[in-house]
Write a protein that binds this ligand. Structure first.
Ligand code: OGA
Ligand code: NI
Length: 341
């Protein structure tokens, strides 16, 4: 029996094994999502640094209020850095099974681990996904423990992480300002920020209508920056319908996580999203999860709370939240609801 989905597929399977099969009431309905209009705002970040800053902030505000998702271009990460990251990830997942399994672990507290599905120890139904999860900041603490193969994996991934961090910081400033807060508000509120990354590998699936790559969830962190290849698979819940986020070359997908929903007192939305799989093509997506420090106290910003806008969430530490998140698992109700007042 293969541990990873990729190896199950390599050994040949014309049916999805039963532990991947979702109940009838919880299946992706792939045709429906493909049929709806799937335009998400594409925001040109070039404008952040010039006379159009106010317009860009307004676009960021609208997107964060309405969809919780937007795409960005001219984000400061060179094409070569993104392409190298995607290529080295593909090469990692093409390594022989025995080499990949050197990184395998089911312990979510590990700072480097290859795993499969989501939380194999707790979940009832598995997901059609393998993933390599890495802590990335500070790099000098973590990069030396990352996989040694492929040979330049550490170098390429380090470079990508450094650039993503710069982008995340610029976005935190923009998100703060677009809420009428001081530009450094979120940066300060999140404390010493962590940065984690997943490299998601979704193998082709013989029966994609029966299972998920990842079922619907909201991201528990503050902000997510997603690099995806050219195979569609990400879907976002908009007005009660699942909508596909079509890959746009060179663009990155940004989404608001649960912590910014709380900091903004519910003005910015951490929206349910999921990944679906397909019969023909493997898909790789690389989300960077930008996180508060474990001891950061998260609460709605005082400037956004008044008599008409009472605080929606109680204050808590991020470590308290994160523990609940792993316990709670991926389910269609967001973990953040546990912290409502
Ligand atoms: C995630 C996620 C979406 C995708 O890893 O949290 O939502 O497209 N991934 O892989
Ligand atoms: Ni997600």
């Amino acid at each position: 029996m293969a541990i990873l989905v990729a190896d199950l597929v390599t050994r040949g399977t014309s049916l999805v094994p039963s532990h991947f099969v979702r109940p009838l009431s919880d299946r992706p309905n792939l045709k429906e999502a493909a049929a709806v209009d799937s335009t998400f705002p594409l925001i040109d970040l070039q404008g952040l640094h010039g006379p159009n800053r106010a317009q860009v902030l307004n676009d960021v505000h609208q997107a964060s209020v309405n969809d919780g998702f937007f795409l960005v271009k001219n984000h400061g990460i060179a094409d070569s850095v993104m392409n190298d990251m995607m290529e080295i990830s593909r090469r990692f997942f093409r390594l022989p099974e025995s080499e990949r399994l050197k990184s395998y672990s089911e312990d979510p507290t590990k700072t480097v681990r290859l795993s499969t599905s989501f939380n194999v120890k707790k979940e009832k139904v598995s997901n059609w996904r393998d993933y390599l999860r890495l802590h990335c900041y500070p790099l000098e603490d973590y990069a030396q423990h990352w996989p040694a193969q492929p040979s330049n994996f550490r170098k390429i991934t380090s470079e990508y992480c450094t650039k993503v961090r710069e982008l995340a910081l610029a976005l935190l400033e923009a998100l703060s300002e677009s809420l009428g807060l001081e530009p450094d508000y979120m940066n300060k509120a999140l404390g010493k920020q962590g940065q984690h990354m997943a490299i998601n590998y979704y193998p082709p699936c013989p029966e994609p209508e029966l299972t998920y790559g990842l079922p619907g969830h909201t991201d528990p962190n503050a902000l997510t920056v997603l690099l995806q290849d050219d195979v569609p698979g990400l879907q976002v819940l908009r007005d009660g319908k699942w909508v596909q986020v079509n890959p746009i070359p060179k663009a990155l997908v940004i989404n608001i996580g649960d912590q910014i929903q709380v900091l903004s007192n519910g003005v910015y939305k951490s929206v349910l999203h999921r990944a679906v799989v397909n019969t023909d093509k493997e898909r790789i997506s690389i989300p960077t999860f930008y996180c508060p420090s474990p001891d950061a106290i998260i609460r709605p910003a005082a400037q956004l709370v008044d008599d008409q806008h009472p605080p929606l969430y109680r204050s808590y530490t991020y470590s308290e939240f994160y523990e609940k998140f792993w316990d709670h698992g991926l389910q269609s109700q967001s973990c953040v609801d546990n912290f409502l007042i």
